[in-house]
Design a protein around this ligand. Sequence first.
Ligand code: ATP
Ligand code: MG
Length: 447
Amino acid sequence: MQPVVLTRDQHGISRRQISENALKVLYRLNKAGFEAYLVGGGVRDLLLGRQPKDFDVSTNATPEQIKQLFSNCRLVGRRFRLAHVLFGRDVIEVATFRGHHHQVNTNKNVSSQSSEGMLLRDNVYGTIEEDAERRDFTVNALYYNIADFSVVGFANGIKDLEARRLELIGDPETRYREDPVRMIRAVRFSAKLGLTISPRTEAPIQELAPLLSDIPPARLFEETLKLFLAGHGLETYRQLQQYGLFAPLFPEAAEVMGKGNNRYGRFIELALTNTDERIAQDMRVTPAFLYAALLWGPVETRTQAFMNEGGLNHYDAFMLATDDVLGRQVKAVAIPRRFSSVVRDIWQLQDRLTKRNGKRPHRLLEHPKFRAGYDFLLLRAELDPRLKELAEWWTEFQVSNPVDRQTQHRQPQARGAQQGQANTASDAEPRKPRKRPRRRPRRKKDA
Ligand code: ATP
Ligand code: MG
């Protein structure tokens, strides 16, 4: 691959835009005689005039050599070792150039993966050219060289970025089969950065979308957070639907919508619009709220089915439905318990919010997840006029009964795209044991 080099005066990246810690790492590697580059999304975002989420470094120093240079360094990864240089909570990831693998693939569908879904092939060190070739998109194969402040682009990455074009490196079908997650990364970058997926990069996606079900659910959890909580959730969702990528991630939600009930599709869009707006205003968002919305269709549908066909009362049917829906969902995309318990709370509150007599509403105000449950009700009311009156009643009830929210837990939070590290206070909350329905519903034999 022939690189294109933009010298210091041919691009707009200034060192002031790069984090101090990343610069420290780059300079020290360089001083010790190694090549050192800022790489990937960081360079791409800077060239687009955006503030990168994080800065990754690529070098020809081996992990051991990196470790010798930095006392605040720890090596991670079993297959491909990476160095993490720690500055308090800030972590700079330093990777040695990766080379090509020479492994014969025995699985026709997907490359070998470890249980974490990482490719097992990536365990050979290589040159910068080889490192660039195994990256996903051309716009991600950009390197900022600390030695002369130039930007080195491989595989036409600089031109593609100028044209706002998302282009996979190499043969698209092969690259998607190697790692199907690249299909959702394509949609994510397209939606987030306003890039157009090129025709050849887009062509195989519909057909290969089902390969996503081979990816370990835990890896997909991380990916879905990035999909929906990076500020462009609605656009991302629409593209996922368009390319057939939503169904393998949320099979039951897709099925419910497929049955012609587009109400739930609109509900999801509403929830995502809401989430995007909150992120734009730098307000808190929680993955739990989003999951509650994504899976609300299946929960309502199943509750109805358990009542009609199983003869259960509403409470039992509902409890069984939530177990069922979450149980199925986590086979596709994992939901850590600290989130799924809040998802259940939000759902359960929907019924409790209908009970307005006596002391009940006052007690409900004290519920740690009241706010999330109420917000969810507001969202439902936007689509269902029958809920308007109830939603307004709760709005007024809160005004006339202010609760000192300072002393209460709010929703577990992820701020914007920094998912994952969120959510400390509420995680620690002990869960009340849930009442389980006594009877299993009788299912129709052929249902
Ligand atoms: P952002 O961090 O803004 O979401 P990014 O491009 O930095 O975007 P990361 O997931 O942080 O994405 O990955 C860093 C770099 O590693 C990418 O730019 C890309 O070059 C490479 N990369 C990541 N995931 C893959 C993958 N599945 N296949 C090939 N290369 C990948
Ligand atoms: Mg990144």
